[in-house]
Design a protein around this ligand. Sequence first.
Ligand code: MG
Length: 350
Amino acid sequence: MTLRQEMERREEQMFSPFAARSAASRGRQRPEQECSLRPAFQHDRDRILYSKAFRRLKHKTQVFLAPTGDHYRTRLTHTLEVAQIARTVARALRLNEDLTEAIALGHDLGHTPFGHAGESMLNELLPGGFRHHEQSLRVVETLEKEGRGLNLTFEVRQGIAAHAKGRGPFLPRRGQEANLTLEAQLVRVADVIAYIAHDTEDAIRGGVIKRRELPEQVVKVLGARLSRQIDTMVKDLINQTLQAGGGVLAMRPEVAEAMTRLRDFLYTQVYENMEVHQDFIKASKMVRELFAVLTDPRQDALFSQYVGADPPAGKSQRQRAAADYIAGMTDRYALKMYEDVFLPRPWGRI
Ligand code: MG
């Protein structure tokens, strides 16, 4: 018996009946010899961690554009906080922690530079539209490793694709998500728990809102500060789910309601406020111009210089390649490319 098989056997003994088993995975995009040490989802977690797209998360906007303050979240620290919350809950519910962590670490890989400003501009420019969760799947399936992708298991890819940020319900209704692992559903809730807490803290730090402006009901039910808020939401999710039998994620209605209220508050007071912020308007314009220059048939040399390959012959293929390239950029890379392409350089020789 290999060490992997020994670990798979341990999963059988320790996991709840609702957990996804590594040995029962529906398999990878392409068949390959499984690792002798790590079960499939653990292996996937490591592949995501070592991917280039994961390292680029450190310079992508969470709420604030290319923040110079050291304590603001970026996509990377957001991702790590989501993974922490999701793993804490997974362990308490005896779910598959490796699968949970793999989905959490991969869930935002498709984010553009400049947060939603970048995303909505690409969505406008690309025929067929652009959505970051679809792009996250594209990153792991086709863009990483020079077009070969990471060859992840079905369950991790499904969990990444099922992630959608928005204002819809974050708790699954009974029976509604029958095809989705409980681990994938959990990461969706953990994402909301993480961002409503840390975006509130960052928005207060950045002077966009004041703590005393938080809705009264939110403070009463969740608490006023991040550690208390996360503690409340995480414990409630664990306790309610266990009370409901462990197979369906559940929260007390007043907690879920307070979360929805805090999220609505952030949308109106912070996210939509930032969208009309001058710097985000400028960032959208930059994305538009970078897209225009990369898709311009007279700019083949420039395309090759940056993308490192000849531009595809077809117009829509070239648009797709430009969108992939721009979506992969960090905030600072986009700023640098814009400067190099569009701004004159002072003559250096004396
Ligand atoms: Mg997220």
